[in-house]
Design a protein around this ligand. Structure first.
Ligand SMILES: CC(C)(COP(=O)(O)OP(=O)(O)OC[C@H]1O[C@@H](n2cnc3c(N)ncnc32)[C@H](O)[C@@H]1OP(=O)(O)O)[C@@H](O)C(=O)NCCC(=O)NCCS
Length: 164
């Protein structure tokens, strides 16, 4: 059975393997480790199939014009290569969005495929006046507000993202 749940103590090594395998390089796995070490993970969700972790996603606080307004950045999202394109990532993302909403966060941003993230309600961040911190990536920068009014300004991720 496939289930989605919050990360538990002791999951770290398996998560590390999934992130490494999904991206086929260490950078994103190192990013997750660094975020965890710095206490910067607000939501850490895993997908578990028959006791094995096959997917993982992280949400960490972002600032808007330097202010903490309760917004989170969704990244990275990882699914074990053999398990991709079977709905695992989508299921995990939907659950995590619901959790973020229920936990009273103000909204989410993501940098990624517009068609894919559009399925979950993300819209171009520029529609809301939210600006991307990475030059050239504006078209892939999306937002999903939970609360109104939606703030405007430059979004910045946790400093460990600068090492990616
Ligand atoms: C992106 C990812 C998290 C999606 O998870 P998934 O379980 O494979 O996705 P789902 O089965 O729920 O949804 C499939 C959709 O994901 C999108 N998708 C998956 N892999 C993709 C890829 N390599 N390129 C573009 N879109 C992709 C497509 O829209 C696909 O829809 P389709 O099958 O109708 O074409 C997963 O494929 C992955 O870990 N990829 C490698 C790491 C990565 O690129 N992460 C995202 C950046 S943070």
């Amino acid at each position: 059975m496939l289930l989605f749940r919050t990360e538990r103590p002791g999951d770290g090594d398996e998560i590390d393997e999934v992130v490494y395998a999904a991206f086929n390089r260490p950078a994103e796995a190192d990013l997750v480790l660094a975020l965890r070490e710095q206490g910067a993970i607000s939501i850490s969700q895993v997908a578990e199939y028959e006791g094995a972790i096959i997917g993982h996603l992280t949400m960490s606080p972002v600032l808007i014009d330097g202010q903490d307004l309760g917004w989170l950045g969704l990244a990275p999202v990882s699914v074990w290569p053999d398990c991709q394109r079977q709905g695992v990532g989508s299921g995990m993302i939907k659950e995590a969005i619901n959790s973020a909403h229920e936990l009273d966060w103000a909204g989410l941003v993501v940098l990624g495929d517009v068609d894919f993230y559009g399925r979950f309600g993300f819209k171009p961040a520029s529609n809301f006046g939210l600006r991307c911190p990475y030059p050239g990536a504006e078209a892939a920068f999306m937002a999903l507000p939970f609360k109104k009014p939606v703030p405007t300004g430059l979004v910045t991720y946790h400093p460990v993202f600068d090492e990616l």
